[in-house]
Design a protein around this ligand. Sequence first.
Ligand SMILES: NC(=O)c1ccc[n+]([C@@H]2O[C@H](COP(=O)([O-])OP(=O)(O)OC[C@H]3O[C@@H](n4cnc5c(N)ncnc54)[C@H](OP(=O)(O)O)[C@@H]3O)[C@@H](O)[C@H]2O)c1
Length: 306
Amino acid sequence: MADVYTNPEKHVVLSNNVKMPILGLGTSHDGGYSHEAVVYALKNCGYRHIDTAKRYGCERYIAQAVKASGVPREEIFLATKCWPTDYGTTTTKEALLGSCERLAVDYLDMYLMHWPEVSSGVKDRKQLLQETWRALEVLLDEERVRVIGVSNFLERHLEMILEECSVVPHVNQCEFHPFNNPKVLRQFCADRNIQFEGYCPLGNGQILSDPQIQEIARVYSRSPAQVLIRWNLQSRVVCIPKSTKEHRVNENSQVYDFALTQEDMMTLDNMKQSLTCMDWSSIQTKIDNPLPDGYKLKIVKPPLEP
Ligand SMILES: NC(=O)c1ccc[n+]([C@@H]2O[C@H](COP(=O)([O-])OP(=O)(O)OC[C@H]3O[C@@H](n4cnc5c(N)ncnc54)[C@H](OP(=O)(O)O)[C@@H]3O)[C@@H](O)[C@H]2O)c1
């Protein structure tokens, strides 16, 4: 069994006692998908956590990569997300089963509600979010999934779920890097034992050239990406950097043999809040737009034909 589950530095223990590797590999339709990079991450770099979503359109490629890696399925923490057009009692279950089929697994490790927004035709958003959450609770009971959570939920959205739920979300996945550090939301989650998970840890590549980050990286003889990932880990935030390049996937995993000082942690904790990678204003249009899942997906390195 990979040491991510035995070394406490390499995982977080969720409120239901499930161990979640603190470092995962992001995959998405944005910026491309590389089969070789995912296989390499699992086989050569010790990654045991993959983040994806139905929306990204690469679940079936991940199934091929997991198979090609030879890593046993039960060692891998597989997380995917339910797109808002699938919200609802029966549709959520169908969506989860569809994801399982594409990922070639009979259970998921984590299933998240992707956004707190819903189709504009829906009259009662709160009711639909609560109904969907209830469906996730049932899927948890049925052992179709080990961890349930939400993504992009702010305090007011979490309140809607907390009002009615019997299981408090185990995880909330939101944008997180030094230039977008939602401290109040993180504290809200911590107070309720909701594990905070960050996406865009490298600010989608845009913050790697920031002079302050580069200066810290220089002092440790590390890359800016490694410093940013290490800041996530020391903050105990689950971190899912994405790369389509094997050498970067490897670089991003070499983060357990150095530690940032308290002073550098504080510098990174208190940077100017100046970058939002995810364009929230376009989400409603995307939910209402009939574009297919993976419409943006560009396969950088495809799996070889069997
Ligand atoms: N829940 C949500 O709504 C949501 C939204 C966005 C993202 N996510 C998840 O979070 C994951 C990560 O977010 P993200 O992909 O948007 O951003 P990210 O991980 O912050 O950055 C990825 C970008 O950085 C580059 N990169 C990666 N490692 C690098 C390195 N060591 N040195 C230099 N450049 C490097 C990549 O390019 P190359 O590929 O060329 O290396 C890519 O352009 C996604 O894959 C997805 O799983 C979730």
